[in-house]
Design a binder for this molecule. Structure first.
Ligand code: CMP
Length: 139
């Protein structure tokens, strides 16, 4: 399964402003198949654990506060070479550096409120999908 899927999160700023539908449309138009999806409202403990790799960085506390400020939509997305292709679709972490037509260029407000997350490696796609979904191979 690794290589054929990635994991994504529609972040609270995008949910709050009603952009879930438009973002899903861009994901669909990009050729990705949504093979698992749910809305979750993370606890502080969950967000700290999900973002463990960023613990100790200057933005960690505000990242956790933001990601627990409202519900998010988590998804497993299928596509050939999914991690790389999805990162092209979403654009750079900093929306000012994101290419025109990318999801972040279109919907991000700032580096923190950058509308969407996509896994940065196959290994992390497995870890992140497992964090929110049981038995991911079923999807
Ligand atoms: P993402 O790559 O999805 O996951 C880690 C997140 O940390 C990243 O998106 C940003 O939302 C956030 N992040 C990274 N750098 C900064 C920063 N300098 N200030 C605030 N948030 C950041």
């Amino acid at each position: 399964m690794a290589g054929n899927f990635t994991f994504a999160i529609v972040k609270p700023n995008a949910i709050r402003t009603g952009k879930t539908g438009p973002i899903l449309a861009m994901i669909n138009e990009g050729g990705f198949v949504v093979s698992a999806m749910k809305m979750v409202y993370m606890t502080t403990e969950q967000a700290e654990s999900f973002y463990e790799v960023h613990r100790g960085k200057g933005f960690f506390t505000e990242l956790v506060e933001f990601m627990t400020s409202g519900p998010v939509v988590v998804m497993i997305l299928r596509h050939e070479n999914a991690v790389e292709e999805f990162r092209k679709l979403i654009g750079a972490t900093d929306p000012e550096k994101a290419d025109p037509g990318t999801i972040r260029k279109t919907f991000a407000i700032s580096i923190k409120m950058n509308a969407i997350h996509g896994s940065d490696s196959d290994e992390n796609a497995v870890r992140e999908a497992n964090f929110f979904f049981a038995e991911i191979e079923r999807y």
